[in-house]
Design a protein around this ligand. Structure first.
Ligand SMILES: [Zn+2]
Ligand SMILES: [Zn+2]
Length: 239
């Protein structure tokens, strides 16, 4: 019963992770040095790949002067804004993969801290984590986007709409596909389960790659009446 074991481990870690991890001295995820209550030591924390270059406010990709990029002008996405806390590069990539594929939900606590620094509660009414297909959810035992979104919603007192949208089509892996192929691959993957009339939605995800998934999700949210869709991702693959 590997799935159940992973899931139980996930729940236990999710439940106990915050309190225990805060109480125990941490070791740096990168170099193993003592790192206080943070999962990166001072040096490795300073070296995290932050988003320092000007980025497009719509898709959060690198863009010379920080204005809306050519891609977003040419083919405007269904979402209105995107923010990423970090770039998807070493050691953020390894950090995200450990959370997602090794069920290291204890490592999600500091990801939430990173996201919190970019949270503007006045700008949204509710939070939607990017949904996983039920088959993927059963395999993994948890939805990493919901693991990040739940404490964010608690911290700002906004509702977390876990089931507002479902992913009702199992999409083949996106890795290795170009932008257009990803878009085709995802068409119609999400379906809203309730009306969201007039709501400003904040979508939370772990990684934003080309934005194809978030674009398809925003389409479903807007079709359900959402007035505005903003994305907040822990990490963005640039370029
Ligand atoms: Zn370190
Ligand atoms: Zn853009």
């Amino acid at each position: 019963m590997p799935n159940l074991r992973v899931r139980l481990g996930g729940w236990i870690r999710e439940g106990l992770g915050e309190g225990l991890a805060a109480a125990l001295p941490q070791h740096c995820f990168v170099c193993g040095a003592r790192s206080g209550t943070w999962q990166f030591c001072t040096d490795c924390s300073a070296a995290l790949p932050r988003v320092e270059v000007p980025v497009c406010p719509v898709c959060a990709d690198e863009c010379g002067g920080g204005e809306v990029c050519g891609q977003c002008l040419l083919s405007p996405p269904h979402f209105d804004r995107s923010t990423a806390a970090l770039r998807y590069a070493f050691p953020v990539r390894e950090w995200v993969q450990a959370i997602k594929y090794q069920a290291r939900l204890d490592l999600a606590r500091d990801a939430v801290r990173c996201l919190q620094a970019h949270l503007a509660p006045a700008d949204f009414d509710c939070i939607v984590p990017v949904p996983l297909h039920p088959v993927r959810l059963a395999e993994r035992g948890f939805n990493q986007a919901a693991v990040l979104a739940a404490p964010l919603a608690r911290s700002c007192g906004k509702p977390l709409l876990r089931n507002a949208v479902i992913k009702d089509r199992l999409v083949p892996p996106q890795a290795g596909l170009d932008r257009e192929a990803r878009r085709r691959n995802l068409a119609g993957a999400f379906r809203a389960e309730r009306r969201l009339d007039g709501l400003r939605v904040l979508v939370v995800d772990d990684v934003m790659t080309t934005g194809a998934t978030l674009n398809e999700l925003a389409l479903a949210l807007k079709a359900a009446g959402a007035a505005q869709v903003s994305n907040l991702a822990l990490a963005r693959a640039m370029g």
